[in-house]
Design a protein around this ligand. Structure first.
Ligand code: ADP
Length: 342
């Protein structure tokens, strides 16, 4: 199956192995997010000095920006074990209780997509986070009773692409809250050069710069593009990724020099052509472009908004003047196809 570069989908096993190689293991290798790193360094040092577990950490931000990476870095920096899961994988209270009762003292428990945790599990988790105890029901029917079971002290790390959807009682249990934003081009250049060194890809300095501009401010995409461009360089060129290979390769992958792919363009075109530039509700828009709403909201929109092509308003999504310019459209006149509808 062809690998979709600009996506938030899961990886194949081979890509996962390569990702593990590239994934930074310590804070010193984690590029960008300086303020967040500085704070984490202080909190980690302080809790190590006091020989206490680190306070619970909440990390939000769009996919591919390093939330999972940061969780495993925190574990490495704390010299602690880490258990990783994601909220949709936890179905019943016993799934969560099984982890919480067997977790080692001082270790890290990472839950991805924490906004998707079921309410009954959420309640169990916030008691666990606050009191290091869980409520456990024994017996059935009228004879059933709840007992409080102590559990080892641990650090919870919760990650989400939708901070606003995390219930307040759970959110307030996190002592350290952070947000990861899109990366600057220069930061991506460091990431690309480091990854190229690790996977043994030859890339010119100029090509690193070009590639950093088309990576949607996202390390995961920069790394994926690097791997595909290495293939193009080896098969179509002399093995070195040059700016020409980047330009040609991106064209073959359907990505423009702003890092936008066909679906980004379709989203903007749909709003202009069928909704007169907006506003249009997210669900209607998702159906119109044929993409899942989660993917539209978590992945496509944040970058289009950050680049100034799209706006979220209380009445729905609207394109900006910049989007009309990008698509060479006038925002006065309906598009030709649209005129045919009248
Ligand atoms: P998320 O959990 O936010 O979806 P990941 O932590 O899985 O993102 O990061 C995706 C990939 O991007 C990782 O494999 C890692 O190699 C790379 N990456 C992410 N953030 C950084 C960073 N700050 N510096 C270097 N590489 C990074």
């Amino acid at each position: 199956m062809e690998e979709r570069i600009v996506t938030n989908q899961e990886h194949t096993l081979d890509q996962k192995l390569q990702d593990d190689l590239i994934r930074p293991k310590f804070l010193k290798d984690f590029q960008g997010q300086q303020e967040l790193k500085d704070n984490l360094k202080i909190f980690i040092t302080a809790s190590k000095d006091r020989e206490q577990t680190l306070d619970h950490v909440f990390i939000s931000g769009p996919p591919g920006l390093g939330k999972t990476t940061l969780a495993s870095i925190i574990a490495n920096e704390m010299d602690a074990e880490i258990k990783m899961t994601s909220a949709p994988a936890l179905e019943k209270p016993k799934d969560l209780a099984g982890i919480l009762t067997t977790i080692k003292e001082g270790s890290i428990f990472f839950i991805d997509e924490i906004h998707r945790l079921r309410p009954v599990l959420e309640e169990m988790l916030y008691i666990a986070m606050e009191d290091f105890e869980i409520d456990w029901v024994i017996g059935q029917g009228p004879a059933a009773r709840t007992i409080r079971v102590p559990i080892p002290q641990f650090t919870m790390i919760g990650a989400t692409t939708k901070a606003g959807k995390v219930a307040a009682p759970l959110y307030t249990r996190f002592g350290i809250t952070s947000r990861i934003g899109f990366y600057q081009e220069e930061e991506l250049q460091h990431i690309i050069s480091r990854s190229a060194r690790i996977i043994g890809a030859s890339i010119s300095d100029e090509a690193v710069v070009t590639l950093s501009r088309c990576s949607r401010g996202t390390p995961r995409i920069a790394n994926r593009l690097l791997r595909r461009l290495r293939d193009y360089a080896e098969v179509l060129g002399d093995g070195i990724i040059t700016p020409a290979i980047v330009t040609d390769g991106l064209e073959r992958l359907g990505i423009d020099h702003h890092g936008l792919d066909a679906l980004d363009i379709r989203i903007l075109e749909t709003i202009i052509d069928f909704y007169h530039g907006g506003p249009v509700g997210a669900e209607t828009l998702a159906i119109s472009v044929g993409e899942a709403i989660e993917s539209l909201e978590d992945f496509y929109e944040p970058y289009l908004i950050q680049k100034g092509y799209l706006k979220r308003t209380p009445r729905g999504r609207m394109v900006t003047e910049k989007a009309y310019e990008l698509l060479h459209r006038s925002n006065k006149e309906p598009h030709e196809d649209q005129r045919l509808l009248f």
